[in-house]
Design a protein around this ligand. Sequence first.
Ligand code: HEM
Length: 90
Amino acid sequence: GVSSFQRVTPSKLKSMNGRKGKPAWSSWQGKVYNITPYLDFHPGGRDELMKGAGRDGTNLFMEVHPWVNWENMLGACLVGVLVPEDYAKS
Ligand code: HEM
């Protein structure tokens, strides 16, 4: 929900790589999404979607299917926004 909207640093994003029981997050145009719930539904398969895990998935996504609307499809999986590494912790 809105109350858990997070500020995500690049190192945090990197740690959310879908391995060792962690969720897989990926960023799209500065916003961070939990792609885990979509892994089993991705028409291109799990492995393809996992290429974007723990990192910015924008370029990969745009190379394959720029016509797909990421925001509409994964809006409910929005985690928060990317912030600089040294962003003040609160
Ligand atoms: C299909 C890769 C992220 C939605 C595909 C296909 C590949 C692929 C290889 C198969 C294309 C084909 O069979 O012709 C990737 C990669 C991603 C990524 C590398 C990021 C790392 C996403 C995300 C979404 C998404 C985040 C949803 C927000 C879809 C859809 C299709 C598809 C809807 C079917 C598209 C169509 O055939 O028109 N993807 N995908 N993908 N993917 Fe992704």
